[in-house]
Design a protein around this ligand. Structure first.
Ligand SMILES: [Zn+2]
Length: 502
């Protein structure tokens, strides 16, 4: 039941501000709010190309789930499922961030909401309150909307049979899928498929999807970063296309295959092709691609905070990963050697102990080995690959800590504690641990004050002074680090100048 309420002045201001963003089709708000239109019963992204509705017909929602709960159906034109997700920082509460990550990984398909709260170390009531405040929906409602939108994506973009769509979207049964679909969208799934075809849908026989991002996006720099570090057999960059292997564990089954990613800059989205072997885990594969390419970033907010530092490359993104163990391994292998050498070592590990793909794609032949596999090795076995004994020992010890549950590399709630847990292991120093937080956990606020290149940007300053200087870049110090790496011409300003600039 909808509550009738008088809008306060600040709510009216907010309504007006959101309406202005909607009228301007401002891309920086894409995915940050959705608009429900009472005259049509449809909800849209703020960038929808349909005619702007009248303000009195608009209600704004912080998430797709909230719009659906209010009875709106997703637009077939702008397709809410293609919108970029919320940047980590948009969900101001770290519990909400990690809960959303876990839900999008399918946690609530196998666990209860109470178990999710326990996993986060808070009460069920507290978790529900956080979700209500930040997303306008309960965790269960959020999970259901997420599954439905993934199903909608698969119905519109693929020719997969309905039972496969239900499974891949995370529904326990086809019946459950049909029921929820009808209840929320007031359509049966096959009717949505035909409606999509009428809207110019292009379901293809392959698995081709699109993921939106908020421009600007510096593709040349992102692709160059990945190319310089590409691991032989696992990753490949050619032109503006990126290929790699991915393994996803789901329901006790390991799905292994390749993906390819290519920007479609004119439409502010990427085109992702997924190997048929991964069809049942597309939701998770797409989530990892979003993380690897930092597609949920909010460049306007980063620019606001970093000021002139971003002027050189306003679309710079934080490269993430698709597998935290692989990324942590690469960080350890990169200690005191060149980027190129680290990639060569990682490639040798993949060739020796990775899982060969049943259907390789060109040079993509293996998935990187799991922690359990590396945990069984002895340091001497890595020596013929050119890897120092001490580094091999550090790597194997990290793999054992992960396998034995002593170290968590996924969905880390407390980043500071996570970094501490890493540095408590032998052979992992502060740089490596912080770099893992930056790349494997996509934490936006890591500053590598002790990094060789960073130190060079601050001539005559101690790491402590550099760290103090970088305080002004919170909570985006990972992006500041990247900008400093890329921008050789940058010089620190004096604090007096900073005051004037402000
Ligand atoms: Zn729309």
């Amino acid at each position: 039941m909808k509550k009738k309420q008088t809008l306060s002045v600040s709510m009216m201001d907010q309504q007006q501000a959101l309406y202005s963003a909607l009228s301007a089709r401002d891309r920086k708000f894409d995915g940050r709010f959705f608009v429900g239109v009472s005259s049509t019963g449809i909800y849209c992204r703020p960038v929808c190309s349909a005619r702007t509705p009248k303000i009195e017909n608009c209600t704004f929602y912080p998430s797709a789930a909230a719009a659906e709960l209010a009875g709106f159906r997703p637009c077939l034109k702008c397709r809410p499922e293609l919108a970029p997700g919320l940047a980590l920082i948009d969900l101001g509460n770290r519990y909400a961030q990690v809960a959303v990550q876990l839900i999008e990984q399918g946690y609530l398909s196998e666990h209860s909401c109470e178990q999710l709260a326990t996993r986060l170390g808070i009460s069920d009531r507290h978790l529900r309150r956080i979700f209500a405040e930040q997303l306008g929906a309960s965790p269960i409602d959020y999970a259901q909307s997420h599954r439905l939108l993934q199903a909608k994506r698969l119905l519109m973009d693929t020719a997969l049979p309905l039972s496969e769509v239900a499974f891949a979207a995370g529904f326990g049964s086809l019946r459950r899928f049909n029921e929820l679909f009808k209840a929320r969208y007031r359509l049966i799934p096959s009717a949505l498929r035909s409606a999509a075809a009428r809207h110019g849908g292009t379901a293809s026989s392959g698995l081709i999807f699109h993921l939106g991002y908020r421009p600007p996006y510096d593709w040349p720099r992102m692709l160059a970063f990945l190319q310089a570090r590409a691991v032989n057999g696992v990753e490949h960059v050619a032109g503006n296309q990126y290929w790699r292997s991915i393994a996803v564990q789901q329901g006790g089954v390991a799905y292994c295959g390749w993906v390819s990613v290519q920007p479609d800059e004119a439409r502010n989205r990427v085109r992702v092709e997924v190997a048929p072997a991964l069809s049942r885990v597309t939701t998770e594969v797409l989530r990892r691609i979003r993380q690897l390419f930092d597609l949920d970033a909010a460049p306007d907010r980063i620019a606001d905070a970093l000021g002139s530092l971003v002027a050189d490359a306003p679309g710079l993104r934080l490269p993430g990963c698709v597998n935290s163990f692989e990324q942590a391994t690469r960080a350890i292998l990169g200690q005191l050697v060149s980027v190129k050498m680290a990639a060569i070592f990682a490639g040798r590990i993949a060739q020796n102990w990775g899982t060969p793909l049943a259907q390789p794609n060109g040079s993509i032949t293996h998935v990187f080995p799991e922690a359990a596999k590396v945990a069984q090795l002895q340091p001497e076995e890595l020596r013929p690959l050119g890897i120092q004994l001490k580094r091999a020992a550090a790597l194997i010890e990290m793999a054992r800590a992960v396998t034995e549950g002593r170290l968590q590399l996924d969905n880390v709630l407390d980043i500071e504690q996570g970094i501490k847990a890493l540095t408590a292991l032998p052979g992992i120093g502060s740089w490596t641990a912080n770099y893992i937080a930056m790349r494997a956990w996509s934490w936006p606020d890591v500053f590598l004050a002790g990094d060789y290149l960073i130190k060079q940007r601050f001539p005559g300053m101690t790491p402590r002074q550099i760290e103090q200087y970088a305080e002004r870049w919170r909570p985006w110090r990972s992006y500041a680090t990247l900008h400093l790496w890329h921008n050789g011409g940058w010089v620190p300003s004096t604090d007096a100048e900073m005051v004037i600039v402000k």
